[in-house]
Ligand binder design. Structure first.
Ligand code: ATP
Ligand code: MG
Length: 140
């Protein structure tokens, strides 16, 4: 597998607890490189657009409210097989099911407040990166 990029968000539950550096250390230890990063307060419109695929799910309102409740850190991560590697190191969506050493096992508080987002495919990664970053903001 070649060098790939994926999109990551450090979510409000994690920024509230000042965990940005600890989460980045997990990513970096796994061989992922932070090649773009910005801290923003998402608007409701941005969160609704980003999570549009979940708009019919019962937790959609809660998800948008949570993602706009505090700053998030938007990131592009780069590395060998980055999409899959990032998903592995994040752990299962529900922290109760996440493997030892994963970000969600270490830090997540619940299935909703689960500290990180990661793209689930190369296609999602390309779409999600371009949703939040201009090409010149990414320096590999
Ligand atoms: P992400 O897309 O954030 O990386 P994921 O791909 O593991 O997480 P998805 O199924 O895409 O999980 O769900 C997106 C997000 O919606 C989850 O990360 C979580 O914050 C929230 N979510 C998912 N399922 C639930 C649920 N049952 N109750 C509350 N929130 C949920
Ligand atoms: Mg997802």
């Amino acid at each position: 597998m070649a060098i790939q990029r994926t999109f990551s968000i450090i979510k409000p539950d994690a920024t509230n607890r000042n965990l940005t550096g600890k989460i980045n250390a997990v990513f970096e230890d796994a061989g992922l490189r932070v090649v773009a990063q910005k801290r923003v307060r998402m608007t409701a419109a941005q969160a609704e657009g980003f999570y549009a695929e979940h708009s019919e799910r019962p937790f959609f309102g809660e998800l948008v409210e949570f993602m706009t409740s505090a700053p998030v850190v938007l990131q592009v991560l780069q590395g060998e097989d980055a999409v899959l590697k990032h998903r592995e190191v994040m752990g299962a969506t529900n922290p109760a099911e996440a493997a030892e050493g994963t970000v969600r096992k270490l830090f997540a508080q619940s299935i909703g407040e689960n500290s990180v987002h990661g793209s689930d495919s190369a296609e999602s990664a390309a779409r999600e990166i371009s949703y939040f970053f201009r090409p010149e903001e990414i320096v590999g």
